[in-house]
Ligand binder design. Sequence first.
Ligand code: TRP
Ligand code: ZN
Length: 884
Amino acid sequence: MDIVDTQATPDGNPEMADAAPEPKAPPLIRREDYTPFPWLVPEIALDFDLGLDRTRIRSALTVQRNSAAVPNDMIRLNGDGLTPVEVKVDGEAINDWSMDDADLMLPLRGDSHLVEVITEIDPSANSQLMGLYASNGMLCTQCEAEGFRRITFFPDRPDVLSTYRVRMEGPKDQFPVLLSNGNCVAEGEAGNGRHWAEWHDPWRKPSYLFALVAGDLVANRDSFTTRSGRKVDLAIWVREGDLERTGHAMESLKNSMKWDEETFGREYDLDLFNIVAVSDFNMGAMENKGLNIFNTKYVLADTETATDGDYDAIEGVIGHEYFHNWSGNRITCRDWFQLSLKEGFTVLRDQLFSADMGSEPVKRIEDVRILRSVQFPEDSGPLAHPIRPDSYREISNFYTATVYNKGAEVIRMMRTMAGPEAFRKGTDLYFDRHDGEAATCEDFVSSIEEGAGLDLGQFRLWYSQAGTPKLSVRLDHAGETATLHLSQQVPATPGQAEKKPMPIPLRIALFDPETGRHDGEKLVVLTEAEANFSFDGFARKPILSINRGFSAPVSIDRRIDSEDLVFLAANDDDPFARYEAMQDLVVGHLREAISGSLDQAGISAGRAAIRKALSAILQDDALDDLMRGELMIMPSQSYLAEQMLVADPAAIHREREGLKAWLAGELGSELLALHDRAGSVSAGSDAAARGARKVRGQALAYLAAGDADRAARLASAQYDAAANMTERQSALVALAGLEVPQRAERLKDFYDRYRGNALVIDKWFAIQAQSLHPDALQHVKALADHPDFTLRNPNRVRSLYMAFAVNPHAFHAADGEGYRMIADLILALDPINPQTAARFVPPLGRWRRIEPGRAELMRAQLERIAAAPNLSRDTHEQVSRSLG
Ligand code: TRP
Ligand code: ZN
């Protein structure tokens, strides 16, 4: 039996006979239905006759009965939109094959056979960008998760591992470079201006790691010698004009290779490592064995066109894909429910890598900010799922912040509880024990448990329970004893009404308010629904610093005076806790202000506390600017909305902007002085210059909320003088939000200056779509008709519409126009690129947490989408979960 169960419905009951002719829901696939595939495919040989609008593929599989599976005299070869041109078994053309929906079914009576199939596809018509597709005249592949079945018929599931031999042939002028996984073993001329190459990958792999690239590309070449002395040739392939912008990616690659040897003991295992950059790509990048394929956004950078943030993202994604060579490729996933096995672990690895390459505390704060603004809303909405989901209809919908980022947090907690050395023993055991296998999350947890010497029995709940635990915290003091009262509650999520308490590791410190010191950090692990922890030797009531370093991905309600928060914001020696105190101070105040529960005196007192804390941050000479910039960042509107049961986006926007404007007035001269001081040291690539650029951007963001003319002059001057994209962009961001003449002038200058550079034009779209300008919605409408806008390029679609969908004041326009625009986009994009279209559903899916007037308008748009005929599986699943 295949893992696809076409009979089941979400609640497991048989489909009810229904009078209404509802379109049939795509089948639900369940984790508990896993069975091994009845056939092994030890080898596959692929022969590609390449053409942009016609590629012919001959595939030859050696298949053998799998003695570990229930025997089956049929083999199911998955296909998606394919028709077999020819089918042979053991060299003989057969005609007793059949199709079961899109899959090819072959009867096989013996124990081992040779199965040959010919298929033909049109890569230029492949707008989904899954399988083999054309991008700017080149051919490339994206097979994860289920794209290989759009190229040829195959058991397209990650537990079928094969060695691949790939031959490809095509016109030499069009495709001078021919690449696939592993090593190039032969190449030659084929006459008529054609040539060919043959590649062999010695490592067994699942089909989702197959890759092929053919095109007119040039390489930045370098090499890396592994610690055991293997010389690895490195190449980053790009289009001719992009070569000069590959230096940072190459440095990041070499740093990744070295870091993985030093930190996880992992060495590279081929003589060749290729990276190809393509401009049409659904996601960030893909870890295909020996041939990573990247979105150009995560490869190309120079200081003129890329921001410091872009540089960091490139380093992180290059590291991420490289680290997959062990956590993903050498050990892959048994089935797609185990996705977090490779993604959660690899995200943790890339986070630790970036922390080691730059500032550890700043990296931690950034990672938590992403978790809270993207994953927390996911965990509290209709699409909530555990990091190891129990069911899906379309796996592409589960490449989520929960699987990736919360998955990383869960593994990080194990590391926190074990300590880094013991954790390393656990990962060593995991790599050792499961090398070459398709493994499960359970395999990982038991390896860590055994190798690191932890008891992770109860901890496994983090894999099965969705929802962000809510923690209530209170500190009492009596005599010499401080008592910490902790209680947890894991909220209900779709399909999981009742939750069990989870182990929550909390790094804490107790500060003496007079000396400003504490006597060492402690780790407390809350395992019950409620527990008290007592600490002796406190003559005075200490100030509690909790969840230091964000040791657990929980949301905390701490009853603490704003004076204590001001103290922690200024004095905590844990940089994350210091940031957190500042955030709590602002969140607490805004929450009260938004709810209307503050009188004038309350507002004044709240603002004064924030002003005091921010002023201390601006003045503190002991802070480096990178950290100062971090501490200056206001909690995002989405995080604020998350703090409220039902959010009014307009009120959140108004109060948050109002606070910024007030601070700009109160601290205007300090902000100006900072902006000026930083401007004199903002050139260069060292940490000091990067920090200077960051605080300049933050200072400008505050000032732009205040006196508009002053801010416009300052931003225009910064824009005009900028010698790098970081400063040019932060100036343009400030201007884009203002109703001033300089706005249109600089936007035009930016466009003219970078016309033709797709990645920078993406920024131009995004800056306008994300702006604080009151007419941002109208601007987005106009930009959709701009000649440079296209639905065919995912980067461009995201730069306009994702930026808009996360811009609360524009997206949540009171008349529902923003919702209608996103619904229109989803409907227009779904037939072209369903994977990308479905990613726009979650912003509408938040309707239950928005005030009733808007909620109704959001739900109406979801229903409009649901009613459309021929929705993709991707969009159908997301819309029905969002309504359900
Ligand atoms: N495995 C990739 C990564 O995280 C993710 C990815 C790239 C992907 N392209 C995709 C997932 C297309 C689904 C569809 O590194
Ligand atoms: Zn990944």
